[in-house]
Design a protein around this ligand. Structure first.
Ligand code: ATP
Length: 362
């Protein structure tokens, strides 16, 4: 009899290091689900990305989009290559289109420091960094994606959009996440990051945040300007719990967050909507190292763990959460004594070294 908790995962390896980190990730998911039992995963791989665009003329073919819509979850490597572009000069980024097409408004970017990974912060508190940045992922300045215009080679325009329905769902998502984290010992605080002192759109964003905050009296709500936040993320990042912000600000701050925990190769992410979710590392296709087996697959592994957590919560399958924890623990153990230093941090550990060490732990 088929496993009642069988999940169909659509896999989009993409370009550059995407397929390189995806392959060991699928091995890890198979191993963790076999070990834990109680649920099963089937993987269906589809093409999308810059090379797909070059070869077929479509960056996100209809069959891929259709499969993504019907999947229980979508696992994505990375997409886009600098030498393959649309006629307007922009890069191929179907992962951005997917966010709009599937309504994935909450870009969840956890920044949890793994012990044994070097941090650029000198403070001994660096090891306690553990916050989640929520980046709105369907509107903000990115609402202008594919719509920007350059007039007479003299003036360019892009327009930021903030809407009430998306902001309300985004803030609800953020407060609910803070509630869940609080039960596990986090402070229970959401920080709205904006530029409400200068832009009407951000004053509106903040007003909706305050309205939402009133419905969560057990969670502290605070505001911060994006520039001050960049400073404070470097000075005392351990003070943040859940941060929520607009798409472009989130794009920038999530790279800063990745830097604080050792690099993009350690930073997972998820783009979550009400009906669908895409799990992918924060990093791009890293064309500078692609093809050399130098990519750190940890961010991909931790994104897969987020997928298991999300599936488990959504379908009430506790075993999925167990497998997610197993992956987290295996990543932590692999790096714990500090001897395995990823190439990205100046060390010698490449994709296979890290993948083998993590796989060993499940
Ligand atoms: P995007 O705009 O799509 O996010 P990007 O070009 O800004 O992409 P990345 O492709 O993420 O950025 O690469 C930025 C730098 O980080 C590169 O030097 C790359 O080699 C490095 N890098 C990114 N991901 C990894 C990884 N998993 N392992 C090692 N190095 C990585």
């Amino acid at each position: 009899m088929a496993n009642p908790h069988s999940f169909n995962v659509v896999v989009l390896p993409g370009d550059g290091i995407g397929p390189e980190v995806m392959e060991p990730c699928l091995d890890l998911l198979r191993a963790a689900s076999d070990r834990v039992g109680g649920f099963s995963l089937t993987f269906e791989t589809y093409s999308a990305g810059a090379e797909t665009y070059r070869d077929t003329g479509a960056a996100l073919p209809d069959a891929t989009l259709e499969a993504a819509r019907n999947a229980d979850a979508i696992l994505l490597g990375a997409m886009g290559l600098p030498h393959i572009r649309y006629p307007d000069g922009t890069e191929i980024a179907p992962q951005i289109d997917l966010r709009g097409l599937l309504g994935l408004y909450a870009g969840v970017r956890p920044a949890r420091k793994v012990k044994g990974i070097a941090s650029p912060l000198a403070s001994p508190q660096a090891d306690t960094v553990d916050f989640v940045l929520i980046r709105e992922s369907t509107e903000g300045l990115f609402a202008s994606h594919h719509k920007g215009e350059v007039e007479d080679d003299a003036i360019a325009r892009e327009t930021m959009v903030i809407t009430r329905p998306t902001s309300e769902r985004l803030f609800d998502f953020s407060f609910k996440l803070a509630e869940r984290r609080k039960t596990a010992g986090a402070p229970g605080m959401v920080t709205c990051v904006d530029k409400a002192n200068v832009f009407a759109a951000f004053a509106f964003f903040r007003r909706i945040f305050d309205e939402t905050a009133r419905r969560y009296p057990d969670i502290d709500a605070e505001h911060a300007y994006v520039d001050a936040t960049a400073l404070n993320m470097v000075r005392h990042p351990w003070d943040f719990d859940v941060m929520v912000t607009e798409n472009m600000f989130g794009d920038i701050l999530s790279d800063l967050a990745a830097g604080l925990i050792g690099g993009l190769g350690m930073a997972p992410s998820a783009d979550i909507g009400d009906d669908h979710a895409v799990f992918q590392p924060c990093h791009g296709t890293a064309p500078d190292i692609a093809g050399h087996s130098l990519a750190n697959p940890s961010a991909m592994f931790l994104s897969a763990a987020m997928m298991l957590d999300w599936l488990g919560e959504r379908h009430f399958v506790e075993a999925c959460g167990g497998a997610a924890q197993m992956i987290h623990d295996a990543v932590d153990t692999a790096f714990a004594d500090g001897s395995m230093v990823p190439c990205e941090m100046g060390g010698r550990a490449g994709t296979k070294d890290i993948a083998d060490a993590v796989l060993n732990g499940v």
